[in-house]
Design a protein around this ligand. Structure first.
Ligand SMILES: Nc1ncnc2c1ncn2[C@@H]1O[C@H](COP(=O)(O)OP(=O)(O)OP(=O)(O)O)[C@@H](O)[C@H]1O
Length: 266
């Protein structure tokens, strides 16, 4: 394999020069302005950007729900622009089926991805135990707290067959304490089962705590302002929050977002 080909094989996602506009003629608005980024196999990458910079639009383009005006999406070495089914997705609000139990929701998505019923039941049982929700296997989604719902929702995305997970502000609707607990929980589960992750978050701290790399977007039309490699070893603990380098990086990203957002709004 040539060097170029082996790099390609290790890259789960490549976003190449994506442009996306909405509206016609005078009302035409460019939201994504030629965006390129990548996620390597097993890498955890976060995207932060000003509100309205086009992060959700980018996820829709990656997931094949929106066609880009220009550019290509490659997943696991194949061009998938405009195609669905190549990624697993976790939304901000859990999208569990209300008429299915917790176990039923997970079994169903495993069955859809091709597992037979018996294997799906067994795998669901094992994982619910592993994430400490075995007591809730027969409960219905409305009986669960916001944090529990997001655990089940994350598990469902994690057990999907796709290598790439897109997490769209998964903890945005949770209170601050639950959010912190969920970040630690997600980190420990992801550590045991490394998948390629692209996370959208409004929280710089969350991005620093969870990611291998952070991509900072400009205000719309969004382009990549800068990428930061997060230097902290794993497993990471709460002690990071008082690490001077953590706070220095937080400040740098904050300043960049502030400047980038202002420039584009002028
Ligand atoms: N289907 C659409 N038709 C027209 N405009 C759209 C459409 N979808 C998104 N937009 C516009 O694109 C811009 C970016 O929206 P998007 O939701 O992608 O941003 P975002 O970064 O996810 O925002 P936030 O951080 O607030 O969630 C907004 O100005 C929005 O109004």
């Amino acid at each position: 394999m040539s060097d170029k080909a082996s790099i390609h094989a290790m890259t789960t996602l490549q976003v190449r020069g994506i442009r996306k506009s909405f509206g016609k003629r005078a009302a035409r608005k460019e939201v994504l302005g030629g965006l390129s980024l990548s996620v390597a196999d097993g890498e955890f990458v976060s995207i932060v950007g000003p509100s309205g910079s086009g992060k959700t639009t980018l996820f829709k383009v990656i997931g094949g729900l929106e066609q880009p005006s220009e550019g290509e999406i490659w997943v696991e070495g194949k061009q998938t622009t405009g195609e669905r089914g190549h990624i697993s997705y976790m939304p901000q609000q859990s999208a569990l089926l209300p008429w299915q139990s917790v176990a039923g929701n997970i079994e169903l998505s495993l069955a859809i991805s091709g597992l037979d019923r018996k294997a799906a039941k067994l795998k669901t049982k094992e994982w619910l135990e592993r994430i400490g929700l075995d007591d809730y296997a027969d409960a219905y989604p409305h009986m669960l707290s916001g944090g529990m719902l997001q655990r089940v929702s994350f598990l469902r995305a994690l057990l999907a067959p796709q290598r790439l997970m897109l997490l769209d502000e998964p903890f945005g609707a949770l209170d601050a304490l639950t959010r912190l607990q969920m970040q630690q929980w997600l980190m420990s589960i992801w550590d045991q089962n490394r998948r390629s992750v692209l996370l959208v978050t409004h929280s710089i701290e969350e991005a620093l705590f969870l990611s291998d790399r952070i991509i900072v977007l400009s205000a719309s039309p969004a382009v990549v302002l800068e990428e930061f490699v997060v230097p902290f070893e794993r497993p990471r603990s709460e002690a990071l929050w008082t690490n001077p380098l953590f706070n220095e990086l937080k400040q740098q990203i904050y300043e960049l977002l502030k400047a980038g957002g202002k420039e584009a709004n002028e």
